[in-house]
Design a protein around this ligand. Structure first.
Ligand code: PMP
Length: 444
C-alpha cells in the first residue's frame, strides 16, 4: 500500500474515488452508480455535468478567471449581486461575495456588528442563535452554531451565542403542543434578550429550516413573524442563514419567503453555484448598509478569492438554469411526492419516528420507541449505519443530528431538484431496504 497524503474526513475509512457525475448519479472507479439523494451536502441542486454550466465556465475562463477585488470590479460579480437583489424580498440588498457558507455567516455577523459600531452603539456585539443550529466551521461561525458535536473540541475558544430554544415541535423543548404553546420557542428569544440586554446584541441568526443540526426542522406557522417582531422591537438585526435553504431548495427562491419575512441580512452558499465552483454570499439590506456608506465607507471583511469572476459567472449560469427550468416549482412538486412516499414508508418501519421538511429539503428521524420518541443510544451509531449501508447500495444520504442537543439520529434526503419521479421511486426503494436492514441490526 502506498502511503496517503490527502486528509479525508474519516481517516479510518476507505473512500471510493469518484470518476464522473451525470444528472442525479455519480460513478466511481469501478463504474458503480450512486444516486445522489443528498446533492452531496445539499449542494448539487441542478445535478451533475450540466453542459450549460460547463460552457459558461469555459467562456469566462477564456476572458479572465481571477482579479483582486481591491483592484478591479468585474461584470459577472456586479450582475450577480443585482440578480440576487432582484430575486430577494424587497429587492434592496447589497451583496458581499465569499467562498463558503461559513464565511457567509461570519461575514453577515461582522457586518451586523459594524452596522451598530457606525451608529456609535459599540456594545452591540453578540449575535444570538438557537441551540439546534449549524452556521459553519470557522470560529466565528462555530460560535453561533449550536451543533454540540462540532463545537466540543473548541469550546474554550467559542462565544456562547446559541442560547435560544429551537422551534422543534417533534420534541418540544417546553413539552408543549402547537398552537396551545403560543409559540413559546419564539418567546424564548425575548427571554434571552431581557437576560443579556438588547444593548449587547447586534443580531439573531437562524436557519429558516434547521439543516444538519436537526434534520429539516420546519418551525410552526407564525414563528418567524414573531421572531422578526421581537428583533425589530429590540433593535436586533435578523440574519437568515439560507446557506442550505436558499436558491429554490425548499420550493421558493429563499426559504424565508414561506413566512413572508424580509431578513436584514442573508447568508447564501451551497446551491448558489450548485457545487460547480465555490462561491457564497452575505446579502445586506439597504438600511443595514446605510450607516456604513455614510460612515467608514469600508466593510472590514473579505478573502482573496471574494467576488472572483469565474465563480460569479458560474453562479449566474446556475441561477439562469434554475429559473429557465422553474426548479423552485420542481422542488415543491417533487418534494411533495417524496414526502408522501417517505410517510408511507414510516408506516412500515417502526424505527422511523418522524418524516419532515419542505420542498426537497426532507429528513427522517429514527427512534428506538415511536410512541415515547426515544432516541437510540449514541453507541448504536444508527445514523452512520444508515449512511454506510445506503452507500453500499449506491445511495447517498446526508447525516443530521436530531434531538435538541444532538442526541438523536436523522438523515437528510435532498436530491438534485431535477430528479424524476422514477428516480424518486428508486431512491425510496433503496432507502427502505437500507432502513429495514439497519432495523434488524439494532432492534433485532
Ligand atoms: N450554514 C448552514 C445552514 C449550513 O448548512 C452550512 C453547511 N452545512 C454552513 C452554514 C457552512 O457552509 P460551508 O460548509 O460551505 O462552510
Amino acid at each position: 500500500m502506498e502511503r496517503e497524503h490527502l486528509i479525508k474526513p474519516l481517516l479510518n475509512q476507505r473512500y471510493a474515488t469518484v470518476q464522473y457525475g451525470k444528472g442525479v448519479f455519480l460513478y466511481d472507479e469501478h463504474g458503480k452508480a450512486y444516486l445522489d439523494a443528498s446533492s452531496g451536502a445539499v449542494t448539487a441542486s441542478i445535478g451533475h455535468g450540466v453542459q450549460e454550466i460547463i460552457d459558461a465556465m469555459i467562456e469566462q475562463a477564456n476572458k479572465v478567471s481571477f482579479v483582486y477585488r481591491s483592484q478591479f470590479t468585474n461584470e459577472p460579480a456586479e450582475r450577480l449581486a443585482k440578480k440576487l437583489s432582484d430575486l430577494a424580498a424587497g429587492n434592496d440588498y447589497w451583496t458581499f461575495f465569499v467562498n463558503s457558507g461559513s464565511e457567509a455567516t461570519e461575514t453577515a455577523m461582522k457586518i451586523a456588528i459594524q452596522h451598530w459600531q457606525e451608529k456609535g452603539r459599540h456594545g452591540k456585539i453578540k449575535v444570538l442563535s438557537r441551540r439546534m443550529s449549524y452556521h459553519g466551521i470557522t470560529l466565528g461561525a462555530l460560535s453561533m452554531s449550536g451543533h454540540v458535536g462540532r463545537r466540543r473540541r473548541f469550546i474554550p475558544l467559542l462565544e456562547d451565542f446559541p442560547v435560544v430554544a429551537p422551534p422543534y415541535c417533534y420534541r418540544c423543548p417546553f413539552h408543549m403542543t402547537y398552537p396551545e404553546c403560543g409559540i413559546a420557542c419564539a418567546d424564548d428569544l425575548e427571554t434571552a434578550v431581557k437576560r443579556i440586554g438588547a444593548e449587547h446584541i447586534a443580531g439573531f441568526i437562524a436557519e429558516p429550516i434547521v439543516g444538519a443540526a436537526g434534520g429539516a426542522v420546519v418551525p410552526p406557522e407564525g414563528y418567524y413573524q414573531k421572531i422578526k417582531e421581537i428583533c425589530e422591537r429590540n433593535e436586533i438585526l435578523f440574519i437568515a442563514d439560507e446557506v442550505m435553504t436558499g436558491i429554490a431548495r425548499t420550493g421558493a427562491m429563499f426559504g424565508m419567503e414561506h413566512w413572508g419575512v424580509e431578513p436584514d441580512l442573508i447568508a447564501l452558499g451551497k446551491g448558489m453555484s450548485a457545487g460547480y465552483t465555490p462561491i457564497a454570499a452575505a446579502m445586506v439590506k439597504d438600511h443595514v448598509m446605510e450607516p456604513i456608506l455614510q460612515g467608514s465607507k469600508l466593510v472590514m471583511a473579505g478573502h482573496t478569492f471574494s467576488a472572483n469572476p469565474q465563480s460569479a459567472a458560474v453562479s449566474l449560469a446556475v441561477l439562469d438554469y434554475i429559473e429557465k427550468h422553474d426548479l423552485a416549482k420542481a422542488a415543491e412538486d417533487k418534494g411533495a411526492y417524496l414526502l408522501s412516499r417517505l410517510k408511507e414508508l414510516s408506516d412500515r418501519c417502526g424505527m422511523i419516528g418522524d418524516v419532515r421538511g419542505k420542498g426537497l429539503l426532507l429528513a427522517v428521524e429514527f427512534v428506538s420507541d415511536r410512541a415515547g420518541k426515544l432516541p437510540f443510544p449514541s453507541a448504536n451509531g444508527v445514523t452512520s449505519r444508515i449512511i454506510n449501508k445506503a452507500f453500499d447500495k449506491g445511495l447517498l444520504v446526508y447525516p443530521a443530528s436530531g434531538g435538541v442537543d444532538g442526541e438523536g439520529d436523522a438523515v437528510i434526503l435532498a436530491p438534485p431538484l431535477v430528479i424524476t419521479l422514477d428516480e424518486i421511486d428508486l431512491l425510496v426503494n433503496t432507502f427502505e431496504q437500507t432502513v429495514h436492514e439497519v432495523m434488524l441490526e439494532v432492534m433485532g
